[in-house]
Design a protein around this ligand. Sequence first.
Ligand SMILES: Cc1ncc(COP(=O)(O)O)c(C=O)c1O
Length: 421
Amino acid sequence: MLLSNLSRYIEGANIPVETLDGKIVKRVYFNNSGTALALRPVICEVNKNIPFITYTEAAGYLGKRNTKKYEYVREIILDYVGGDVDKDEVIYVHNSTEGINLLADLFYQEDSDQVVITTSMEHMANYLPFKSRFKIATVDITKEGDLDIDDLVYKLTIYKNKVKLVAVTGASNVTGIGPPIYKIAQIVHDYGAKILVDAVQLVQHRPFSMKPHNNSSHIDFVVFSAHKCYTPFDGGALIGPSKFFAKYLPPIQGSDNTSFVSSEKVIYAPTPHRYEAGFPNIFGVMAMGAALKFLKSQGLKNIAEYEKRLYYYLKSGLESIPRVIIYGQESNNIIIPYISFNVEGINYSDVGNYLVYEHGIEVAAGIPGANIYIEKLLDVSPEEAYRRYKSGNPIGIVRASLGMYNTFSEIDRLIKALRMI
Ligand SMILES: Cc1ncc(COP(=O)(O)O)c(C=O)c1O
C-alpha cells in the first residue's frame, strides 16, 4: 500500500514561518531525530481525556477509568514491539535516557564488577549510563561507519564471563545505519550475555520485533522514547523479562511504589510499579499508546518503504552538490532516512542558521548526542575534538532527519537552498 500524504495528520507541519528578509514560507521540519512533530490523533486522544483527570488510583469511576487506560498502553507497547505478554514487562519511563539508566542500575545491583559492552555508534544515552557505573568495552566501527562485528566478537572473547550486557543501537541517529541486531543477539547469547537494543530511532520508522524468548535472536531488552514517535510529551518504555525486573530494588524511591511501609519494614510493589515511583505520566502514556496505534494502522512496512524513497531522493540531491560532504553513506545497512553532512568551508552552525533563518528549513547542527561516532566519522582524534571544543570551535555536522510525513518537494527546497549557500 502506498502511503497517502501523512502531513495532514501532523500538527505544525507546513505552518507559515517568517524568514530573515520578511518572506513568509512554509516550515520544513527535518529534525525528526531530535524530536518528531505531534500527530493530531494523539492530541485528540489526550484532549478527550483531560476532563476526566483524577488521581489514577483514586476510588470511583474516573480513577478506575484512568488506571485502565494507562495500564492498557502496556499491552499496546508489548504488541508493537513483539514482546511476550507472559514473560515481558513494560516499565514506563520519562524517556529512554531514564530507561537505560534504570537498566544500568539494575545490572549494577546484580554485579558491579561486570564489563558492559557498548559501541562507538551510540548516542550518549546508551553509553554514559554504562561508562559512569562499569568498566566498559566499546565496539569499534568500520571505515563505512558500520558496527565492526569482528571487534564485538573479539571483545566478547577477551572479557568472557565478565560480560552480562551488550548495549547496541537499533539505528544510528547520525547516519541511519542499523547494525544487524538479530545477528548480534545470537552472538551475544552464545557468550551467555543479554542484549539491549536502543530502539529510539527505530520503532517509528520500520517494523521491529523482540522475537520469541526461545529464539536465539531474541532481543532481551528494548527501550524507546514517545516524543520520537510523534507525541508532544515525555514518556517512553523499557521492556524486558519480568523475572529479571522482579529481582531488584527500585533505584528511585518514594511515592506510590510500595505495597507496605512501616517504620520497620518496606515492601515494594510488584513490577512494573516498583520502578515507577512518583505521579504517573498519565497523558504522556496515553499519547504514546495513541501514537503507536496510529503508526501500526498505517503499516510500519509502508512507512519504511515511503521513507526509503525519500532517503534516496535526499541522498542523490545532496550528492549532486559538489561542496556537500556526506558521512557514513557508503554503508549497505542504512535503514532510516537520516543524513549527516557538512558544506565545505562553512561552519555547520552557519549552515543550520542559514537554512532555518533564510529558508524556514529546520535541521540539526552540532553534535546530536553521538559524540564518539561523529569524531570517528569526521576522522578527528579525541584530543583534537577536545582542543576544538576548548578553542570555541567544536566539531559538528548538519543532519537532515526525515519522518513519515515529509515530502519530496520539501527535499527539493533543502537542495535548492544548499545550492545557493
Ligand atoms: C539513538 C538514541 N538513543 C537515545 C536517545 C535519547 O533519547 P531521549 O532524549 O528521549 O532520552 C536519542 C536521542 O536523540 C537517540 O537518538
